[in-house]
Design a binder for this molecule. Sequence first.
Ligand code: SF4
Length: 350
Amino acid sequence: MMTEEKRLAACVAPLLSWYRAARRPLPWRAAPTPYRVWVSEIMLQQTRIEAVIPYFERFMAELPTLDALAAAGEERLLKLWEGLGYYSRARNLKKAAQQVTAQYGGELPDTAEELRKLPGIGDYTAGAIASIAFGQPEPAVDGNVLRVVMRLTACPDDVLEQKTRRRVADELRGIYPAGEDAGLLTEALMELGETLCVPNGEPACEACPLRALCLAHERGETALYPARSAKKERRREEKTVLLLRCGGRYALHRRAESGLLAGMWEFPSLEGKRSEEELLAALTEQGLHPEHLAALGAARHVFTHVEWHMTGYLVDCAEEAPGFTWATAGEIRRDYAVPTAFRAYRKQLA
Ligand code: SF4
C-alpha cells in the first residue's frame, strides 16, 4: 500500500489544477499582499467566509496599510470589528502591527518562524501568511485541512490532539512546493475542505479531484474520519440584560480588560433569570428608581466554552445613575463596539 507521504505527494498536482479552475473570487485573493493575507486569515478564524467579506472590505478601506493599523485608535478598531466576535483578535492585530513597525521596519517578516513571534499569530496563521504571501513551503493546518488529510489517509488519530496536528503539518511540509504553488496549495486544501470535503454530512466525493487517491472514499468509510474525542460540555450562564433608559439615553458598561469580550461595551446585566418583581427589588436596592419596566424577550448566545441564556428588560429611570456611560441609540450604533452577543437587545434601542 502507498505510504501516507506518497499519497499526499500524489495529491499535489491534481489539487492544484482543480483549484486553478475552481477557486472562488474573494477580495483577499485579489492582490494578496502580506498585510491583506494576514488580516483576512485573522478574520477567517472561527468565522464564515461570507460573513468576513464585508468586514474585510470595510477594514481595508479604513486601514489600508499596516502603518494605518498600528496607528488606529482602539475604539475605531473595535468598531470595525463589531459583530465579528473574538475581539482579542483585533487587539492582537494592532499589537502585532506596532511590533512589526518597531522591529521589522513596517514589513511583515517572511518566515513562519518569525511570524509566530507576533501576537495573535499561531502555527496556522504563520503557515498561511508564509505560503500565500511569501511562497514559502510551509503548510497551514486548520480543521479543514486536517479533515481532508485524515480522510485521504484513513487515519484514525484524534484531530483534537496537538500531536496529530503537528504530525500532519510535518508530513505536509515534506511534500510542499515553493513559490506561487505553495500559496495555491494552502488555499486549495482549505477550499477543498470548505466546498467538497465538508464537515457536516456527506462529502462530495464524486466531484473531488482526489477521489482516486482517497483511502476513506475507496473503503466507503468517509463518515469515520476525522476521529475526535468527546468535547467538554459548554457552561451555561443565565443573565438578565437591562436597557436602562433615561431621557433618550441608555446606560453602557465597559467589561473588564481581560477575559471574555475584554474591554467591550455592554448593556448592564444581573446574574440569573429575574422576574419583574425580583428585578424591581434588585434595582431599588442598587439606588436606581425605575419608573417603568417592559420585557424584551429571551435571547441566547453561544461562545466557545460558555452559553449565555438571557432575558431582557427595558427599564425607564428617573435619573442617569452614576457608574455608567450614557449614550443615545445613534451614538451607541456609531461609536460604541457592543458585541453581537447583545444583538437581540441592541436592535431594540429606539
Ligand atoms: S474523495 Fe471524498 S473524502 Fe476523499 S478527500 Fe475527496 S471529498 Fe474528501
